[in-house]
Ligand binder design. Structure first.
Ligand SMILES: NC(=O)c1ccc[n+]([C@@H]2O[C@H](COP(=O)([O-])OP(=O)(O)OC[C@H]3O[C@@H](n4cnc5c(N)ncnc54)[C@H](O)[C@@H]3O)[C@@H](O)[C@H]2O)c1
Length: 461
């Protein structure tokens, strides 16, 4: 079915500026089952025991005023759940109640972990995003509340699937948080209110930058011996478009997200340039699928522009922050990194200290948006309040993918085009096996296909 990016929620709720507001407008008037009634302890399972998964588990166990216990852990790599358990036990001691027989490994380990929970418990989905819809589908089946990391999707078909799945989650009254933590940054929440109240006048332009040296698994060497093709790609997921949407989607989504939030909507089209300057350096032959640099121009329905520059190159100018410019003044939205405090408003278009007229001032115990997002999710579960950030998460993921696809194909891409595109990066993700073929395979020299703008039509490679 052909859909518009504004289905299935109304334009009004689609344009809502905070995820909790959006949730409120979607759920208003519905009578929903209470899936936490009468239960004390909230049990949590972790799927994807890497850096962020264990970080999210730590945030869950740090929520004050609720009894929360980690009871199961799952990962495709055998060493990860055990290592994660040790690290979390050091910090949280008895709140980590994960005996050896609740440490699970393999591609179906997500089921084992969720089977260890009961209706109304919480599962953390923190694998690379290629698996998100598959794991969410099972969580909904099991009646579990969910915290899922961003990106939520990386292409059109999985975005439609997630939106459809999310309708089922809402019917079941499941509470679902998405790791777009900017929206839980209290300084940005205050800035967003001020922008809605007209502090910047009409927003004319926004810009975001994530420019630094290569980071995480942005680039990869040829696969070494001793690990299968699939496992190598999963381990280095930022290097492979099917697994993560590449570094463009994985790294840049936060700034795209909070600028859309400041604007109060999502762009309708994107054009972009990008390229790969270095493949062979003194250090190695890099065989991943990413461009080194991206410059995307997004356009909103009212003609407002949002510019995003992403670069992962050593030795170049470093900038990692975001701005909004309006008819009455400008704002620094994120002062550093994905959503760094403080946000500030300036009386002119130059963001110099002497022109600052407002600076966010956030209480010390509210300064960690990763903790705030968990406090909000657990509060909604305990109070049985509607809470669902997935529709917004899908739209932000799709807008990020729209910019990436515009750069990779060399075409202007509209929001409807990407949503209705039939190109799915990993259509068989639920059938992957450790030794089977991977969604993208290298050539005889161990090199993976890269995007070739203008030459490869509407596919990205
Ligand atoms: N919100 C944020 O600021 C933030 C920060 C970092 C990462 N993230 C997101 O969190 C997710 C994980 O990132 P990370 O940095 O923790 O990566 P990571 O590689 O450290 O952890 C991912 C883990 O998932 C496991 N895994 C992969 N596929 C799996 C599957 N099918 N079933 C079970 N386990 C599987 C991996 O083996 C790995 O241990 C990504 O989507 C990333 O974008 C978000």
């Amino acid at each position: 079915m052909r859909r518009s990016i504004q289905d299935p929620i109304s334009r009004r709720s689609f344009l809502s500026t905070s995820s909790s507001l959006a949730a409120g407008s979607v759920f208003a008037g519905l009578s929903l089952p209470n899936v936490h009634a009468g239960r004390g302890k909230i049990r949590v399972a972790l799927v994807g025991c890497g850096g962020r998964g264990c970080g999210a588990a730590a945030n869950a166990l740090s929520v004050k005023g609720a009894e929360i216990e980690l009871v199961a852990m799952a990962d495709v790599f055998a060493n990860k759940p055990r290592a994660g358990r040790e690290a979390l036990q050091e910090q949280f001691d008895q709140k980590v109640n994960v005996p050896d027989d609740r440490l699970f490994t393999g591609f179906s380990s997500f089921k084992n972990a969720m089977d260890s929970l009961s209706v109304g418990d919480v599962v953390i989905l923190a694998t690379p995003p290629a698996f998100r819809w598959l794991h969410y589908q099972y969580a909904i089946e099991k009646g579990l509340h969910v915290f899922m990391e961003k990106p939520v999707t990386t292409d059109g078909p999985t975005s439609k699937r997630m939106l459809a799945l999310n309708e089922k989650a809402k019917q079941k009254n499941l509470k679902v948080g998405v790791g777009l933590m900017s929206r839980h940054n209290v300084g940005m929440q205050e800035l967003e209110k001020r922008i809605r109240d007209g502090a910047l006048g009409e927003i004319l332009m926004m810009r975001g930058y994530r420019m630094h040296a290569p980071a995480a698994f942005f680039r990869s060497k040829k696969k070494p011996e001793g690990i299968s093709e699939v496992m190598y790609q999963i381990q280095r997921f930022h290097s492979f478009l099917w697994a993560s949407g590449g570094n463009f989607s994985d790294f840049n989504i936060h700034i795209v997200d909070h600028l859309c939030w400041m604007k109060g909507g999502f762009p309708i089209k994107a054009q972009a340039v990008g390229g790969r300057h270095f493949r062979q350096t003194d250090e190695a032959l890099w065989v991943d699928q990413n461009f080194d640099a991206y410059a995307v121009e997004y356009t909103f329905l009212d003609g407002t522009k949002m510019f995003f520059d992403g670069r992962c190159m050593p030795g170049c100018h470093i900038e990692y922050r975001s701005y909004a410019h309006g008819t009455k003044g400008a704002a620094i939205v994120s002062a550093n990194s994905d959503c760094g405090l403080p946000s500030r408003i300036y009386k002119g278009q130059t963001t110099t200290d002497k022109d600052a007229i407002w600076t966010s001032d956030v209480r010390e115990d509210q300064r960690d948006p990763y903790q705030n997002e968990w406090d909000a999710l657990i509060a909604a579960i305990v109070a049985d309040r509607p809470y669902n950030e997935v529709d917004t998460g899908v739209r932000t993921s799709l807008v990020t993918s729209m910019g990436r696809m515009a750069a990779h194909t060399g075409q202007e891409i509209t929001s409807d085009e990407i949503l209705n595109s039939d190109f799915e990066f990993a259509p068989d993700v639920e059938h992957l096996t450790e030794d089977g073929p991977a969604p993208v395979m290298p050539d005889k020299d161990g090199v993976y296909p890269v995007p070739m703008p203008g030459l490869k039509g509407k596919r990205e490679y």
